[in-house]
Design a protein around this ligand. Sequence first.
Ligand code: IFM
Length: 790
Amino acid sequence: MDKQKSLMNYERNSPWTIGEIGFDSQHLGKSESIFSQGNGYLGLRATLEENYVNQKRDMFVAGTFNKFDNDEVTELPNVPDVVGIDIKINDIELNLNQGKISNYSLDLNLKTGELVRKFDWQYRNVYLRFVFRRFVSFANRHLLAQNISIENLSDIAADIYLESGINGQVTNSGSQHFSEGIKVQHPNNILQMISETTQSKIRFIQSTRLIFTEPTQIKRSLVAMGRRKIFQKISLYPLLKNQKLSFSKYSTVFTSIDKDAETTSQDQLIDQARFFLEKLVGDSFDKLFNESISAWNHNVWEKHEIQIDSIDSTDQLSLNFARYHLHSMVPSHDARMNIGAKGFSGEGYKGHTFWDTEIFMLPYFILAYPEIAKKLVTYRFLGLSGAEKKAKLNHYEGAQYPWESAWPDDGEATPVWGGIDIVTGKPTKIWSGFIEQHITSDVAYGVKQYIDATGDIDFAYSKGCEIIFETAKFWSSRLSYNPSEQLYEIKNVIGPDEYKEHVNNNAFTNYSAQWNIYLAIELYDDLKNNHSSVFEDLNNKLGIADYISDWREKVKKIYLPKPNDKGVIPQDDDYLNKKVIDLSKYKSEDQVGALFDDYNLKQVNNMQITKQADIILLFFLFDSLFTKKIQKINLDYYLPKTMHDSSLSLSTHAIIAADIGQTATAYDFFQKEKNIDMGSFMDSSNDGVHAASLGGIWNSVVQGFGGVRIIDGILRIEPNLPEAWKSLTFNIFWKNNRLDIQEFPDRTLITRQSSTDSTKIFVSSKLKEYELISGKKITIPKENIMEASK
Ligand code: IFM
């Protein structure tokens, strides 16, 4: 494949700005995704005001899933567009594919959430300067605002004509999720459109309004309605040389599933939305924008501060980029919703939630924003009924979490058919929804990490324990007995490595299932012995006493693949017997999945080719079960066979390499990981940014190089800073206490912020335990990692 010209620009001398220096209408997908904006309630792909053939206009509202028809799975519907504005100058439509563009820039400020596009455009005899500003409000989740200024740089007057409104002609790649809708024009030019999703019957109330800095510039304004469309047509008085036109567009979206809308009638909702916009008319774009900036600062940046002192400034930039997107996409307002694998930045994975949340994003929220983490784990509690439905359908017990989930109790939402099989020419079956089952223990793992870090006993007793017991029931019913080996096995699964389908005893799956059952047993004993009323309640609801002897009997006999004589842990029963091929040709490609130009999945299944961290991920979750020596042997064995064809792979590799003291290798993984979305390959993020890899960036920094981990309920801090870093400074929350941590190559300083909380808190490092006393700083000297953890 030809190398593409990168348009990315990180040279703004700011760790808070990413930008693009050129316009290329052939490569809009990447910038639409990586410059997308959101506030957890709604998210907006960064499509431009004017139209281009290759653009993909998308706006989503969290949780509003709809099923287009019976043959499709439910997905987040693409909401009627409010961002597009047609602009004509002297009857010529603004379009950057024609004429001459100069001084082009598109910048996203990651701290304030503002997207700014500037350029001068010369076409025939008009020459104009454009500035487009846009933000999705972090202060008011229903609001998004645009501000546009046009300055006439030509010698002749410019007649400007605008069309702006709400356009419901957008689809999800052809699937139209909305009814035609009701359109309303109010006297003060507030336009409204009320549309309803076809199957889930969720009503969307969208309103929009244009506000001109100099209303006297308007010559004529009319409102028109078309099919699925209401819009304002505005002609302006000629813009003379050096004159400027400036206007803002405020748009809002409310839905009938908004928490505060549950008891509100449709008419009331429509009125509320209109009043809301009416009230904003006196507020300038800058005032609303400043409120949003304050909310970002207060809710996000000031709560968790993290600073890398590196020779490479893009290390910090990538961290800011990751955090900006994670907060744009996390529905922190409502536990009925979770994070989609692409957030709101594109249609990829249909807004569905995967294990990506628990293993790749939840650690960030647990340690930095525990109140948001609580929402994410509560979502899994609300998903229990869907998980129980799935287990029952498959003749298992307890809760089998869906591989992909949407509305919490929907159950499985994974599509059945995917891309083309290069050999048969038919669609490939997606088996994950049927047999990629480790998500069930991943969910339990996330719950346990949350409880360990926060000590949130209320959550544990009212929700968390139920998840742990129900998932243990699933695993125990999922095991099959092998009488000749006298062991329990887990057959016919897909592990994290999705290039191996229908395998037996995937190591990650077996270890995590066993861990899940052990956890349930431990919890059972603790509740029974120490918290009898909680135990009674749970037993009455779940009948756990009927299961405990089964768990105790089976758990010890679960087959766990052990290192062979060379120290290699078999990924599954057959992996090590499969053919090894040279993968260098495919590894050198920018594009993921290059392998499938030559092979189909069946063929890849029969070779030692790993899509993403699998055995390596086992070390991340269950570090204490494996020596560093074994971890190193397995990294060396599996790495040449790993394609990193999933964006989830590199961060795990960075963490494990850092853990075993290979910081240069870890840093190299980290550099590659930074480029998954931010890098120069212009097609990398067309379907949306990679949420798990964004979580992975923070994980690599804090859990990998920073060495912060929750292991067996204990906070462990064993840093391994790369050579490029002078220091890493950040804070985390542990059992409701803020810990300020400064890591240097030779020492780590930890301060427990002063508080009246008298809970005893400890941190472990290199097998030593340190007590953290309120208001006091401790120093932990660096020791040789291999020495300490042999
Ligand atoms: O969950 C992942 C999976 O592990 C690899 N393919 C993409 C999914 C969503 O990110």
